[in-house]
Ligand binder design. Structure first.
Ligand SMILES: Nc1ncnc2c1ncn2[C@@H]1O[C@H](COP(=O)(O)OP(=O)(O)OP(=O)(O)O)[C@@H](O)[C@H]1O
Ligand SMILES: [Mg+2]
Length: 262
């Protein structure tokens, strides 16, 4: 349709067309070595991985095993030392940093343990930020930010600053910010790490909702209670994938309901 073509041209955040059908993510022998002075740290030692559209995957493993390194590579925040990374069918392992930044802006939403919201800046303005970088006009920015805040149940808090929000609300603002560019992939590095159990459940219920709507989601977590809400669990150790299991996920919404009635 010509309408969607013209929209794709004018909207720098329009979803990236897929180069070919197939997995959202495919990694082949991905290695990442950090250099600290004369010391070399092999953070990833040959990771092969395929993640299909609409999967909800928990990534677990001990501290220092390479989970954040993997997420940063998947999120185009860094480049592998060697190996191939196909994102939506396109090999991007050796793209320039500028091109990776463009791909990231259009394709990936990131959620962090520490929320990473700007202080003294309203929830709406925080959510608008990626659209600002993408050059989306002011009025459309505001509309899309409010739609994303509505999606996470925080429309009425749009004018609040992070200090005026609870931890769980701040993380929902960060999730709205991650969603505002309509990404193909949502990456969350310990999104519940700073939250109490009840609030963690609320965040997981929201992520499960997004998963039901078709979003592809990867979550790093230390807690098997949290990993129980994913359909697939990857276990990483010493820079390698040691196990990769499918499971029937628990329902965070149901657990939340039971919690409320207790
Ligand atoms: N920027 C860096 N420079 C040098 N070494 C690094 C860098 N980032 C990570 N490393 C090293 O790479 C290894 C993997 O680190 P990574 O942060 O990926 O682990 P992790 O699984 O996320 O751990 P945690 O559970 O503690 O967050 C560790 O040995 C770490 O010290
Ligand atoms: Mg980490």
């Amino acid at each position: 349709m010509s309408a969607s073509n013209s929209q794709a041209k004018s909207d720098p955040t329009a979803p990236v067309p897929r180069a070919e059908p197939g997995p959202v993510i495919r990694l082949e022998q991905i290695k990442k070595t950090y250099h600290r002075g004369s010391e070399e740290v092999a953070a990833l030692r040959g990771v092969d991985l395929s993640i299909g559209a609409g999967e909800l995957v928990a990534v677990m493993g001990p501290s220092g095993s390479g989970k954040s390194t993997l997420m940063n590579l998947l999120g185009c925040l860094d480049r592998p030392t060697s190996g191939r990374y196909f994102l939506l069918g396109r090999d991007i392992a050796q793209e320039s940093r500028d091109e990776l930044a463009r791909i990231r802006l259009r394709t990936i939403g990131f959620v962090f343990q520490g929320f990473h919201l700007l202080p003294r800046t309203s929830a709406a303005e925080n959510v608008e930020l990626p659209l600002h970088y993408a050059g989306v006009p002011t009025l459309e920015r505001r509309q899309r930010a409010l739609a994303a805040l509505t999606r996470v149940g925080l429309a009425e808090r749009a004018d609040h600053t992070p200090a005026q929000l609870s931890g769980g609300q701040q993380q929902r603002v960060a999730i709205a910010r991650a969603l505002v560019n309509q990404p193909s992939l949502l990456l969350a590095d310990e999104p519940t790490g700073n939250l109490d159990s009840r609030t963690s459940l609320e965040v997981m219920a929201l992520l499960q909702d997004l998963h039901r709507e078709g979003m592809t989601i990867l979550i790093v977590t230390h807690e098997s209670d949290i990993a129980a809400y994913a359909q697939r669990r990857l276990f990483i150790k010493d820079g390698r994938v040691r196990s990769d299991d499918r499971q029937t996920p628990r329902s965070a919404a149901a657990d939340l309901e039971n919690w409320q009635s207790e």
